[in-house]
Structure formats: structure tokens, C-alpha cells
Design a protein around this ligand. Structure first.
Ligand code: DGJ
Length: 376
């Protein structure tokens, strides 16, 4: 056999292999690139190939771009405390997310309300048209005090991705009575001493209402609301914000008293307000709850668990965090939830599922994989 042709054969076969490898890689790449889909509960890589670190979060749509804000978690048990701050990602299509860094950083100053090691949960950002500022609210627990502080934190920025400047934290609605309690209950009770009050809002009237799990909701008329778990998590409050979105406006209602709702997420469809919440079982999943009202001030009607199918009684092992109306698609909403991993919080997964309607009532069913074409 001619040694030259043997050599050529050898190189030829290598080249053919390389070519077919490139072809396969090319095909794989194009399949991956074309396959835009949500895969609830799976690792969701950002533009750097790193799982999106954005937990208990919410989404702001601004100038045609989506901005996803959430808790930055780190590995191990200490990751349940705020060691870094609030992470922000941007996207044009809801599938591909670019890491935009830390929007609000916790403080190295141990005296700061947001000192590193505090608990900073469920951050939400809204844009104020009048002031041209981006306003962030979050649930804040002061460092070393467990979940006793039950405060709201507020931060503001000129640019959507930050940096956000922490302004203050407080218990909302000090000195204000809820709009939906009878006059005979509008009697402040001492914060300490005496019998345990039946209504914690009376005890907290002077110092401000407890505020833990929370969301923000901006209505069609730009009025913004803070929805938070209050009264020892027993009762939700819906509280109007001032025109600049920086403070409570002094009007709030008690919603679902003594029902122990957490993780509120609000949306509006066909003139009705909807609230999806969880029950109250720490990091463990429980059944979601759906509420509806014709006015944001109520009365609110409980509609039961919106989730259907296998694991519906555990919200598919997740907990609500936000409902995103899909821009430009009437009646299209994405239910966003967290699958918490308190042993290694950085490993928490995101559950995004479409909200569907049956006879006008919202429900959420599991899908392994779906995309925006689901919304007709
Ligand atoms: C449930 C809440 O929904 C979470 O945000 C967090 O506060 C955990 N409880 C802590 O146990």
C-alpha cells in the first residue's frame, strides 16, 4: 500500500470526524439556541452559565426590558441570612437572563439596619413616574433578632439596576387604624404587660404594624400598595403608598384575619384583584391559596387552592413570590414561586408556571417545560 495515500486516508478520516463533530456541535448549539423554554424546578443558567441567584423576588418591566430582583443567597445555613444583598438580572425575552450584579448591598457597618447578617427577604422594585426613581421595598429583620423586628425596608435608585441607596426601615402604619375595623376596636393596647391582646394591630398601633412576607402592587392609576403579612403572620395588610412610593400613605385594610397567609403575590385581571398566598409553615411547602376582590380594599373572598394536579397541595414543592403579567398579552400571567433549600439556599430553584383560567377562575397546573406560545 502506498504510504502517502495511507497518510492522506488518515488525515481525511480525521478531517471527516472533525467536520461531523462540528456539524453535531452546530446542530446542538442551534437546537439549544432555538429552544427557548421554561423548565420549572431545574437549574436556570444566566449569561455566565451560573444558576440565577434571585430568590423571593419580583419583576419590573421597564422600557421593554424585564428586571428580576431577588435575594442573593450563598451556600450553607449562613446563606439564609443576608450576606450580600439584592441581586438583579435583566432580560428581553424572559428566558435569557443577564447578571446585572448586586442592586442593593448589605452594609459592613454593624449599626446599619441592613448590616451584613440581617434577614432581608422578598425584595420588590417599582418605578415611580412622577419622581423618575426606582423604589425597592423588602422585609427586614434586624441582625441577631431572629424574626422579631418584622420591619419594612425602603431603598431608592436613579438607575433601574442600581446601586440602590437604603433610606430607612420601620414598622408601617404607626398611629393609623385599619379602615375595616369597628370603632370599638380602635383602642390602643399597651405593648407590654396586661393580658395578651386578641388583636395585635391594637398592640402595634403606636409603634407600627408588624410587616414580614410582602409584595408591591401598582394599580392602573399608578397608585401603589404594599401587601404584607402582619399581626404575627396571622393577618395580611394591604396598605396604600404615598405618591412617591416611599412611605405608607395612611390607609390600610386587614385581609383574611387569622388565616395565616404568607408569600403574597397580587395581580389584576378583567377588573378583579387576585391574591395568591401560601400558608404559614416556615421554609416547608404547603398549599397555596387564592383570593379575589372587586376592590383592592375588599371584601376579599377565599377561592381555595389555585394549584391542581399532582403535588398541588404542596404548591409543587414551592411557595409563591410574584405574579408577572406578560406585556402585550391580555390575560397572560406567570406564577413565580421558589423551591426553597434552607440547608443550602443558593441551590433554591425557580418555579414559573402559566396561570390559566377556567370559567373565569385562575388555576395553576404543573408543566415540565413550556414557553410563551402557551398564551394564545
Ligand atoms: C416563610 C416565608 O415565606 C419566607 O419568606 C421566610 O420568611 C421563611 N418563612 C422563613 O422561615
Amino acid at each position: 500500500m502506498n504510504p502517502k495515500s495511507n497518510k492522506e486516508n488518515h488525515w481525511g478520516s480525521i478531517m471527516r470526524r472533525v467536520a461531523s463533530l462540528l456539524l453535531v456541535c452546530g446542530l446542538v448549539t442551534s437546537v439549544t439556541a432555538a429552544e427557548k423554554a421554561f423548565r420549572p424546578g431545574e437549574v436556570w443558567p444566566d449569561n455566565n452559565g451560573v444558576h440565577i441567584n434571585c430568590h423571593g423576588g419580583g419583576i419590573l418591566v421597564h422600557n421593554g426590558t424585564f428586571y428580576w430582583f431577588g435575594q442573593h443567597m450563598i451556600e450553607g445555613r449562613p446563606g439564609n441570612l443576608a450576606q450580600v444583598g439584592v441581586h438583579v438580572y435583566s432580560s428581553k425575552n424572559l428566558y435569557d437572563w443577564k447578571d446585572e450584579g448586586i442592586a442593593l448591598r448589605v452594609s459592613e457597618d454593624p449599626q446599619s439596619d441592613i448590616a451584613k447578617g440581617c434577614i432581608l427577604e422578598r425584595p420588590k422594585v417599582i418605578y415611580n413616574r412622577k419622581t423618575d426613581k426606582f423604589v425597592m421595598w423588602f422585609h427586614l429583620e434586624l441582625k441577631g433578632k431572629g424574626y422579631r423586628a418584622a420591619r419594612s425596608g425602603v431603598a431608592v435608585a436613579d438607575q433601574v439596576t442600581g446601586p440602590y441607596r437604603f433610606i430607612e426601615s420601620f414598622r408601617p402604619n404607626a398611629g393609623v387604624w385599619p379602615i375595616n375595623v369597628p370603632d370599638e376596636l380602635k383602642e390602643p393596647l399597651p405593648a407590654e404587660g396586661g393580658p395578651a391582646p386578641k388583636f395585635l394591630f391594637q398592640r402595634d398601633h403606636v409603634g407600627g404594624q408588624m410587616a414580614r412576607d410582602m409584595t408591591l402592587f401598582v394599580d392602573d392609576d399608578d397608585t401603589a400598595y404594599h401587601v404584607y403579612a402582619s399581626e404575627g403572620n396571622g393577618t395580611l395588610h394591604i396598605s396604600q403608598l404615598t405618591d412617591d412610593y416611599l412611605r405608607p400613605a395612611g390607609k390600610y385594610a386587614r385581609v383574611f384575619p387569622d388565616c395565616f397567609n404568607e408569600a403574597p403575590a397580587m395581580f389584576k385581571h378583567a377588573g378583579k384583584y387576585y391574591l395568591i398566598t401560601s400558608g404559614c409553615s416556615g421554609w416547608k411547602a404547603n398549599a397555596a391559596r387564592l383570593g379575589v376582590a372587586d376592590s383592592i380594599w375588599g371584601p376579599w373572598q377565599a377561592l381555595g387552592n389555585p394549584c391542581v394536579g399532582e403535588d398541588a397541595e404542596l404548591t409543587f414543592h414551592g411557595q409563591s413570590t410574584y405574579v408577572l403579567p406578560v406585556p402585550g398579552k391580555t390575560g397572560a400571567f406567570i406564577f413565580m414561586a421558589d423551591r426553597w433549600k434552607p440547608g443550602n439556599p443558593i441551590d433554591g430553584k425557580h418555579l414559573w408556571l402559566p396561570i390559566q383560567f377556567k370559567d373565569g377562575k385562575p388555576f395553576v397546573a404543573w408543566l415540565d417545560k413550556w414557553d410563551l406560545s402557551f398564551f394564545k
